[in-house]
Design a protein around this ligand. Sequence first.
Ligand code: PMP
Length: 285
Amino acid sequence: MAQKIWLNGSLVDQENAKVSVLDHGLLYGDGVFEGIRVYSGKIFREKQHIDRLYNCAKYIRLDIKMSKEEMIDAMHKTVEANGVTDGYIRLVASRGAGTLGLNPFHCPKPTVFIIAANIQLYPEELYENGLAVVSSSYMRNPSQCVPPQVKSLNYLNNILAKIEAIDNDVLEAIMYNSQGYVAEATGDNVFIVKDDIVCTPPVQAGSLNGITRQVVLELAAQAGYKTAEKNLTRFDLYSSDEMFLTGTAAEVIGVVKIDGRTIGDGKPGAITKDLRKRFYNCVNE
Ligand code: PMP
């Protein structure tokens, strides 16, 4: 069955889901997006994702011209039309087609599309064995430039770091801010465990306030672990007892090597595994 894409108000076959070459999302990365999971037929943390999308749209002064309720309804229709019970939703709101100039206000209406598909970012064995990562030489965008809290279509900063990771034969890179503190990975948030405390950088260090990050912080606290949102240095990562990444697509995945240094005993740690298990229980509740 052809995949159905929700595009500007209706569900169309994928081959007919086309956007203009004058869309500023394409020309300038001018737009916002969300990645959302469906688990057991339920959209995970739907409200948080939609709130984030609308807050990001507000930041870039994009009027999506749909209410949050209409957006949620469109998402449900797309999921249903594609028979997705466990999968991934990509929701994009771009500035829409306009003139060749930068002026976003010459784009009369936004382009909104929703894709619901299956996803497996990493093979199962990586969840068992953990990832290796490198530190990126690219600084994460400072918030005076493109704020990392805005989930915009402008991902070149992350993509350049991702290329660096791939050139180093690993799949993820850690990005730091202008002060040398850990910001985030190219598509995930970063956590460490040190002396039984589950730590992650504050979003102000230069990261997206990941929904998975928020869920993991909640689950860790519920499980009785001490948690801390505090600035982390490269030294903190190298000397951590455990390290893991969180994200909608990656979920919770252990990191076992960074810049050639082994974390812990080179296997995902006990707290990482516990939080991963708790995350699965939570999404399938
Ligand atoms: N940081 C970046 C740069 C991301 O792209 C993502 C994925 N959306 C995350 C962090 C994790 O956020 P979330 O848990 O909401 O998917």
